[in-house]
Design a binder for this molecule. Sequence first.
Ligand code: ATP
Ligand code: MG
Length: 407
Amino acid sequence: MGACLFVSPGYPTEMNFFVRGLAACGVKVVGVGDQPAQALPEIARRALSGYLQVENLWDEAATAEAVRRWAPSVGGIDRVEVLWEPGMILGARLREALGCPGMTVEQTLPFRDKERMKQVIDAAGLRTPRHRRASSEAEVWAAAEAVGYPLIVKPIAGAGSADTYRCADRQELADALLRTRHVKECSVEEFIEGEEFTFDTVCSGGRILFHNCSWYRPKPLVARTNEWISPQTVGLKDLTVPPLQPGIELGRKVLAALGFRDGFTHMEWFLTPKGEAVFGEIGGRPPGARSVDIMNFVCDADLFQGWAEGTTHGRISQDLTRRYNVAHICKRAQGQGVIRRIEGIDRIQRHFGGWLVVNELLPVGAHRRDWKQTLLSDGFLIVRHPELSTCLAMADRIASEVQLHAS
Ligand SMILES: Nc1ncnc2c1ncn2[C@@H]1O[C@H](COP(=O)(O)OP(=O)(O)OP(=O)(O)O)[C@@H](O)[C@H]1O
Ligand SMILES: [Mg+2]
């Protein structure tokens, strides 16, 4: 049996854990990436049986050719894994170049292109926001007429809510257009009111082996445009409650419509005030920003390993009983420059004891991160509790009482 090629095994950090999981399942894993082998984190390095460094990973043709030439030296490659959004198409091209099974470029495109995604889902009769593709200002104006206000303009292949704007009227759309001149192609969508949730899965052969719903507090677009907010993602213990059912149902149908078979998926959906679920977007990969850790804390499990086992052997043998509600809270310092003081954390630690399971706030002396560029901002805390109301109250206390000061 040949090896499994893992794209970018050392970056982002989570990739390490997926690589380790695969090796623990008895899979021979080799990697391709643009980091030098010596720069790979220890965890990935130990799990890899080979590594090819390429100069420009994103030059798909050159990377495919380099991997094809290298493959015999590692005993052949018969599987390709990518769990990072920018590499999804590259992974599909590598599969095609190496003759490996799994998602092709054609099957991957609807996961990357927000218009194609919604066309496939519309065709299955599922509820998406009204939408149009636009690649010029004139097309945006025409799309806006068709879609109506309020609307959302966002890049076709966006991430991290970058260049995404809500426009209540023509004036706001004109302003948004000025700010998105550099975006080549965008999606114009009906704005959906309501709360926003995820539907995440690990699948094997088209079967869902594990699923999760998390709740964004507040909606990512709001969190990403107001620096004072401490964005929360709350992994929900009880997925049987009535408000989640339309979203879970929608999620299952979306996966079927897209023909998804093996691996992690991450869908975002809206729950409207009327209780209807509306599709947001989907990735054929796990959620980023440490969200797999959230699921792990919900179940006291290791879904990095679970993913590896599920996609290799078609089952997950860990106990995946949901035991906790888990809130992940990102903090953003006040002021610019270096973090000088962290207020309130001692009291929180004393009060919450063992319910506070992670403290990855940047330490005093560290330079602030750019909150627009990184979802994790100046670090994060994770709390959990069997009762949802207690978990939310703890998260809100962290949001208001823990303050980082920079200068
Ligand atoms: N049609 C819509 N109606 C209401 N809000 C929307 C709509 N489209 C996008 N948004 C808001 O903008 C955010 C970003 O949009 P979307 O998830 O499509 O893009 P993204 O940049 O790929 O996201 P991510 O931050 O998950 O990488 C959403 O999480 C949601 O809060
Ligand atoms: Mg999104």
